[in-house]
Design a protein around this ligand. Structure first.
Ligand SMILES: [Cu+2]
Length: 547
């Protein structure tokens, strides 16, 4: 189980804990307490055997973590106390041993970022400390160009909360060498489920997410009246693509732009970890699609993936899947019931997203020991959000995701591409869509690019998926991130969403982080008609309900 750690506040008591953590995890990055203590004794012995006046340099004497087949390590858990989750997130370079490589990466909290667990109605207070080194490049005049990779900020992906001030405001710049307070209040009726956090300051998030600056957030209390789910052991699993350059770092956009850049796949920063189960046992896996640019098409040998929630929002019935698509940014909560004793591979299977998604092993499930007879739930409770009826729609809009590509698409350098929404790259000084508070809208997102599916994500409000590739969706699932297929695969996605309770400026973008970084993003402003729009120039105000 995840090692739990209760933070009682950002002050007293934190220092010794953190200094020990940073000492121990400086080398291992992915450390259970056992692993970390093991390493301390190794450090102690080697120090004793050498000249005491000669300090050990860096991580040279730490043993390498084995490349594969180690027990799945879950992130440290930090919980809310009396309605507040107060914690610190420090951004800094760390050595991390992943898949047999010792990488030097921008990281949160010295490696595997903590899982934050809170409840609806509670407040998340983060002191973000940017201990990355100073930027060595100037900001370019066109900001949809990767730059200043040591700038950062923090986005609570999927949260229904304020996008303004010091809340979930991705326009904030958090510079190296400074500390910042973030305060995000979740409403009492917030959906309960699996969310995540990652950086979002335009110019650097692709590099930082690809480096592993990603963590899970669990909004607790879903399925509380379903004993089969409550009794299931939970595993938090951050799925990722591991990429790095010849120097074991991620320092250049060119290292991660090509679609074949990925070296291998990982879960929680481990290459092919082992997930232990007992015969008949049911586990709940909280799968977080934290990969930076490609889809994952999961299949567990001889087992079904029984989905109970997408993107942190409960489903009304269990969806039994042989193969499960997780696009960047998406989450799926699945119940897995172990079969007989044996070893079963969890793989990313071939999938065409305009190019081939990366394939390969993600984990091994080892079923062993005494049988643990458990059951899958026969039924799930009513989902939390009311479907959006035709009669509610106050406005319909169409957005176009497109790109300009070099003639030789395969060999193109990233500087030859521009990714656009409505023919324009992102401009932080412009509002693109203005929405009246209280509006209920239907958006058609068209994809005109031949070579890529795109992934529509909007902040602040979840949406209902009405159509994908021209195919009406029978379930009309609620999500915050959805695939928009390329023209050959249907070329559009239709969603519906309500803008009922938060004003302010927030983002809508492709969650393939390389596309977002190169311009495929827009600003949306929700404004109260009594006040009028308050953002900067531009912005389409929509009043047409025509299809
Ligand atoms: Cu895209």
């Amino acid at each position: 189980m995840a090692k739990e750690h209760r933070l009682l506040g950002a002050g007293r008591g934190l220092g010794p804990h953190l200094s020990r953590r940073s000492l121990l995890q400086g080398g291992a990055a992915i450390g259970t307490l056992t692993l970390a203590l093991g390493q301390r004794s190794v450090v102690g012995q080697s120090a004793g055997a050498h000249d005491h006046h000669m300090p050990e340099i860096g991580v040279a004497n730490l043993p390498a973590v084995p490349a594969m087949d180690q027990a799945l390590i879950e992130p440290e858990v930090r919980r809310s106390v009396n309605g507040v989750l107060a914690t610190r997130l420090r951004c800094a370079y760390t050595y991390r041993d992943i898949g047999g490589f010792r990488l030097y990466l921008r990281s949160y909290e010295g490696g595997l970022a903590p899982t934050l667990r809170m409840k609806p109605g509670e407040t998340l207070k983060i002191r973000l400390i940017n201990d990355l080194p100073p930027n060595r490049d100037l900001a370019p005049s066109i900001t949809s160009y990767p730059h200043q990779f040591n700038n950062t900020n923090l986005h609570f992906h999927g949260a229904h909360c304020s996008p303004s001030g010091i809340a979930d405001n991705v326009m904030r710049l958090m510079e190296p060498g400074k500390g910042y307070d973030i305060e995000i209040a979740l409403p009492a009726d917030h959906t309960r489920g699996t969310y995540w956090y990652h950086p979002h300051f335009h110019g650097s998030p692709d590099i930082q997410v690809a480096s592993g600056m990603v963590g899970a957030i669990v909004v607790e209390g879903d399925f509380a009246d379903v004993p089969e789910i409550v009794q299931a052991r939970e595993r938090v699993m951050l799925v990722s693509e591991v990429v790095f350059d010849a120097y074991s770092m991620v320092e250049d956009f060119g290292a991660l732009f090509p679609e074949d850049a990925t070296r291998f796949l990982a879960i929680n920063g481990q290459r092919r970890p082992v997930i232990d189960m007992r015969p008949g046992e049911v586990q709940r896996w909280r799968l977080v699609g934290s990969q930076y640019q490609d889809n994952m098409f999961l299949e567990l040998d001889k087992h079904m993936l029984n989905v109970i929630a997408y993107d942190g929002i409960q489903l009304g019935s269990l969806q039994e899947m042989k193969q499960l698509l997780i696009a960047p940014g998406q989450r799926a909560d699945v119940l897995v019931q172990a079969g007989g004793p044996g070893t079963y591979e969890l793989n990313a299977m071939p999938y065409n997203q305009g190019h081939e998604s990366p394939t390969g092993p993600l984990a091994r499930v080892v079923v062993a020991g005494e049988p643990l007879p458990m059951k899958l739930p026969a039924a799930l409770p009513k989902p939390p959000l009311e479907p959006i009826r035709d009669s509610e729609i106050t406005c319909r809009r169409t957005l176009v995701f497109g790109a300009t590509e070099p003639q030789n698409n395969i060999a193109g350098h990233w500087q030859e591409y521009a990714f656009t929404v409505d023919g324009k790259i992102f401009d932080p000084g412009r509002i693109d869509q203005r929405v009246r508070l209280g509006a209920v809208e239907e958006w058609t997102i068209r994809n005109t690019q031949q070579h890529d599916d795109h992934i529509f994500h909007i902040h602040t409000n979840p949406f209902q998926v009405i159509e994908i590739g021209g195919v009406p969706q029978a379930n009309r699932t609620w999500r915050d991130t959805v695939v928009v297929p390329r023209p050959a695969a249907g070329g559009s996605t239709v969603i519906r969403t309500r803008f009922l309770d938060y004003t302010g400026v927030f983002m809508m973008h492709c969650h393939m982080m390389n596309h977002e970084e190169l311009g495929m993003m827009q600003s949306v402003e929700v404004y109260d008609e009594a006040d009028g729009p308050v953002g900067f120039v531009g912005g389409e105000i929509c009043s047409s309900t025509k299809k």
